[in-house]
Ligand binder design. Sequence first.
Ligand code: SF4
Length: 280
Amino acid sequence: MLSGGEPLTHPEIDRILFCIKKELKFSELTIITNGSLLADHQDALTQVDRLVVSLDSLDPQFIARIAGISLIAAQGVLRNVIDTAEDRRRSGKTMILNAVLTPETLPGAETLIDFCREHRLLVSFSPQAVNNWPRYELAVAPEYRLWIEKLQKIKQAGAPILGSDTYLSKLLAFEPYDCYPTLAPRIYTNGDLSYPCRPMEKAANEQGGRAINLLHFQTWDEAWKLALKTYGQPPRTCHSCFQQCYAEPSLMQADPGALLYENLRYPSSRAGHPDSYTPG
Ligand code: SF4
């Protein structure tokens, strides 16, 4: 997975995308983008299996304000998303909208689902984090709870919503869970590995940091040994954050049966067949 910053601003991004698929032969490539440069990379984006666009709202004025861009640029982002969705639909490739829930975006969240149905996209939601913890005003808002409960319900009815039922339940209760942070290792463009996870690295305490640069090693095992020696084993019982990229794989690792059960129970929402869901 290539995430940001904004990966499409990298001067060599087209070459990198082709290299990952054609030369390195990765079986699956995901990229997360803000959508502003989609139109400039259409050819290279055909190499991407899962295209994730961060889009919190369909209101161009809101996008312009939050992203610090002009209204015309915000309208361009929406146009890019619609055009790219059409291309992806025609080529049978997955596209996902990822929306951050905040007290400000919550009222428009429903329209995002309608938009995704219309353009045959998947959608995922995650709560806005402050210091790696869901924003207080959001977590205590009754509207937030109602929305997560609604997501669970309509996902079970086949709505094109990503995120496991287990994860959505955690977003309601914020119960601690066993985290396996190294299931989703984060590597920077210069080769630095953020060990054991980005939140701990940011906290700059003795538990974590940029342990090693992978370019200095021949094998992953060699690099990993030094990371373990420098900062010790990654924690398993930390519950400092609910970031989807860490929480979701950890929850599945803790209970793989739940994922299997869910795939059997809600195949349409995972596979992204928006037509199978009719809003009630
Ligand atoms: S919950 Fe996981 S990802 Fe978050 S700080 Fe703890 S170990 Fe890191």
